[in-house]
Design a protein around this ligand. Structure first.
Ligand SMILES: Nc1nc2c(ncn2[C@@H]2O[C@H](COP(=O)(O)OP(=O)(O)OP(=O)(O)O)[C@@H](O)[C@H]2O)c(=O)[nH]1
Length: 308
């Protein structure tokens, strides 16, 4: 789409918002996504969108965000007393965060041709039972690309567990771990947050450049769990999530209910899952991949070509 007029532009973001709403995407996530498109459009189509009242659009998005209504009571199942654990996936771009998540929630793996870089955040929900008790995991997959980090930082809030991922075949992704830890340190809202370092892509043993020992030593130094995985082969993935969840569950301060009115990690905070969505486990998961792809192709800011 070469030129986008103001009215068309306005209609597009409104249609998008309805699309997200229809697919039960939380307002926080919808607004984040839309903010990316606004930024992307203004940079990839400067002549077409110069002079657009972006401040106005942003404030309208913020208003939607503020007034985002919870789902009707009918969708709020009796599972509302099932604790929701918020887990975040962080790490450099292309280390396999989205692939680990997809393997864990759907036991699937997409080939390189089928995958695209995450824009902003995606998230999925999965029910899990630990020690005879049911938990709901809301797992947030953040974009590794630097250009999206300012936005994804808000998603640390309320997380009880964080998976910090690197690629065992790319030394720079391992060397970047201290940076991810300092970002985590900066944005986490809980000192008790459970961390697991995951070395992914162990199926590519022939190209491995980071040894298991190096990974173990770094994890020991940082005082966190360590697992090596292959999202492709499905090796170690469930174990990584299980270890993380077990550790969270054995840290009651991270998930037990607090007094009425008091907040607890993950309760309707920016980046947290609204109760209605947390109760939406019958859908299995909610992914934002489709809307991003559709919009990207139509507006020249596809996931891989976005200039924002
Ligand atoms: N061989 C192999 N390839 C993998 C594995 N996991 C992911 N990949 C591939 O690595 C590439 C990047 O995977 P993603 O899951 O998109 O990586 P990501 O960390 O989510 O990337 P960003 O969204 O940019 O942060 C894709 O081509 C995947 O198919 C794995 O375990 N083994």
């Amino acid at each position: 789409m070469r030129s986008i007029r103001l009215d068309a532009y306005g209609r597009v973001w409104l249609a998008l918002f309805h699309y997200y709403d229809h697919h039960h995407v939380p307002p926080e996530v919808a607004c984040s996504k839309l903010a990316f498109w606004i930024t992307g459009l203004s940079q990839s189509h400067p002549p077409a969108v110069s002079g657009l009242p972006q401040d106005q659009l942003r404030s309208q998005l913020a208003a939607i965000h503020r007034t985002g209504q919870p789902r009707p009571a009918s969708t709020m199942s009796s599972s509302s007393d099932v604790p929701t654990l918020k887990i975040l996936l962080i790490g450099a771009s292309a280390v396999g965060k989205s692939s680990l998540l997809l393997r864990f929630t759907d036991d699937e793996f997409l080939s390189p041709e089928e995958t695209t870089a995450t824009i902003g955040v995606d998230y999925r929900i999965k029910g899990i039972e630990v020690g005879g008790k049911r938990f709901k995991l809301s797992i947030w997959d953040t974009a590794g690309q630097e250009r999206f980090r300012t936005l994804t930082s808000s998603y640390y809030r309320g997380a009880q567990g964080v998976i910090i991922t690197y690629d065992v075949t790319q030394r720079d992704t391992f060397d970047a771990l201290p940076t991810w830890f300092s970002e985590l340190e900066t944005f986490t809202t809980s000192q008790d947050v459970v961390k697991v370092i995951v070395g992914n892509k162990v199926d590519k043993e022939y190209s491995r450049v980071v040894t298991t020992k190096e990974g173990e030593e770094f994890a020991a130094k940082m005082g966190c769990l360590f697992v090596e995985c292959s999202a492709k082969k499905g090796v170690g993935v469930n174990g990584a999530f299980d270890e993380l969840v077990n550790r969270i569950v054995s840290t009651p301060s991270l998930w037990q209910k607090t007094a009425p009115g008091e907040r607890r990690p993950g309760d309707r905070m920016p980046g947290g899952v609204p109760a209605a969505h947390a109760a939406d486990s019958s859908r299995g998961n909610i992914s934002l991949t489709d809307p991003s792809g559709v919009v990207g192709y139509g507006m020249g800011v596809a996931r891989d070509s976005c200039n924002c």
